[in-house]
Design a protein around this ligand. Structure first.
Ligand SMILES: CC(=O)SCCNC(=O)CCNC(=O)[C@H](O)C(C)(C)COP(=O)(O)OP(=O)(O)OC[C@H]1O[C@@H](n2cnc3c(N)ncnc32)[C@H](O)[C@@H]1OP(=O)(O)O
Length: 435
């Protein structure tokens, strides 16, 4: 029989190091929490070094940890100090188009121990957290989902999609445009130093892009292999320089084997289109290499257009990346960037948690939006659930396709197509950031 929920003790605390440790060990609560998260995702038990490195990264990102502890633990079972459920939150900015940014409440590290699952722990943690975030005035929550079927019930919708691509780089690979920029091989350690500034400029110009968590630069430069927890000496790096000699793009990659000769891209970040073209041309012209793989490519990218033969790029898989949850609808839409469009759209939004429920009038003019709450029965153009509105929010999903799928209702003829053109941003959203 499921245990009643009040058998759990809940605690929320910041990730912290042990003040008595000279080596940066986490305090006991944080260490037990990290262990529980790793167990929840079937990762190996962390050794002291791994615990220190994970805790340092949690602390650097100011992560708040919420744990559910069992009231007791029978003999031989994991101690009652080890959480049965974990839930991590921290704040980063997200690009909401045309250079605008909003704070996003990021949710990660969600686990429930197998022996305590399906008793409502996730629901309790999620709903409590979303209510607190909304009450604190946060406009958006964000997560990446381990499974596609979990989070729409909490009002999240996917906003951007990423593909695992493979490029046939065998002889004959050619590019439509010859890049003229300068690319140089670099020490991965130098790229670790340069990458944060390059990424910050990329994030400022890329709709959907999130600030990255602290551990990123160690991982993409090979200083920390997430699998082994050790350095990965196979990682190589190259940097693109703008005409003034300033770095404005980089790629880190590794050669993964000869059968067939394959290069795996770890991270490719370009501030300018020129840097983007040059870095792909650099990869495409590596001698002996026949296959290039990249797991985090934007679903809608310029790459097939850059290749003389677009069929050389194959999409192996494509999956949702970041999911958003609108917590404050007016703040979210008024905090978004807008193109040179003037339009009004009335939305009837259903929201089981209530944050965005109601009928809203969105008026866009001169690059800004105003949102007004209307009376419940005011006429509307579209009726939809808040999770689907989140998917439309950055223009990543197409309202006309959602209408076709029956997920939104057009109350005024042609409203879905109008919504599509109103909500489109300067580029499809793309968030190459795991968190
Ligand atoms: C943001 C992130 O961190 S993503 C990572 C999520 N974590 C994982 O995938 C690790 C392995 N899985 C787990 O730890 C757990 O199974 C969790 C966290 C996914 C679910 O926790 P639980 O406490 O069992 O969920 P809970 O009992 O609160 O279920 C809430 C609802 O979600 C549904 N649900 C829970 N897990 C799943 C799932 N894996 N797939 C589909 N639906 C699910 C439940 O059926 C329930 O539905 P309802 O609307 O009918 O009430």
């Amino acid at each position: 029989m499921p245990e009643p929920q009040h058998d759990y003790r809940f605690e929320t605390f910041p990730a912290a190091l042990d003040p008595a440790s000279t080596e940066g060990d986490p305090d006991a609560r944080t260490a037990a929490f990290v262990r529980a998260v790793r167990a929840g995702f079937y990762d190996s038990e962390p050794d002291a070094e791994r615990l220190r490195s994970m805790a340092a990264s949690f602390v650097a990102d100011h992560q708040m940890l919420t744990a559910a502890y069992p009231a007791s633990a029978p003999e031989g079972a994991l101690s009652a100090e080890v959480p049965v459920a974990t839930f991590v939150t921290f704040g980063k900015r997200i690009n909401t188009g045309h250079g605008r940014q909003l704070g996003a409440h990021l949710i990660t590290g969600v686990t429930v121990r197998p022996t305590h699952r399906r008793r409502g722990l996730l629901r309790r943690l999620m709903e409590t957290d979303l209510r607190a975030a909304a009450a604190a005035g946060k406009p958006l929550a964000a997560l990446t989902a381990s499974e596609g079927s979990i989070y729409s019930r909490f009002g999240f919708g996917p906003v951007e999609w990423q593909s695992e691509i493979e490029i046939d780089a065998s002889p004959g690979l050619a590019f439509r445009v010859e890049p003229s920029g300068r690319v140089e091989l670099a020490e991965p350690a130098a790229v670790k130093r340069l990458a944060p500034q390059i990424y910050a400029r990329f994030q400022e110009r890329t709709p959907g892009a999130l600030e990255r968590k602290h551990a990123y630069w160690r991982i993409i430069s090979g200083e920390l292999d997430p699998e082994s927890g050790k350095p990965d000496p196979a990682v190589r790096a190259a940097v693109h320089y703008d005409p003034e000699g300033a770095p404005d793009g980089y790629v880190t990659y590794k050669f993964t084997g000869w059968e067939p000769p394959t290069v795996k891209v770890i991270d490719l970040i370009a501030v300018s289109d020129e840097a983007y073209r040059s870095l792909w041309q650099f990869l495409g012209t590596l001698d002996l290499v026949q296959v290039i793989r990249y797991g985090d490519a934007a679903r809608d990218s310029a790459l097939p257009w850059l290749l003389a033969d677009g069929r050389r790029m194959r999409t192996k898989t494509s999956e949702d990346g970041v999911w958003l949850r609108l917590l404050d609808l007016p703040a979210a839409f008024e905090g978004r960037g807008w193109g040179p469009v003037s339009a009004t759209l009335r939305l009837r939004v259903s929201d089981r948690l209530g944050f965005t429920a109601g009928t809203w009038e969105l008026t866009v003019a001169d690059g800004t939006a105003r949102v007004e709450a209307l009376s419940e029965d005011a006429p509307a153009d579209l009726a939809l659930d808040t999770g689907d509105l989140a998917s439309l929010y950055l223009g990543g999903a197409d309202a006309a396709l959602l209408a076709r799928a029956g997920r939104l209702t057009e109350l005024a003829p042609g409203a879905a197509v109008r919504a599509r053109s109103l909500l489109a941003l300067e580029r499809p959203p793309y968030a190459p950031s795991h968190f």
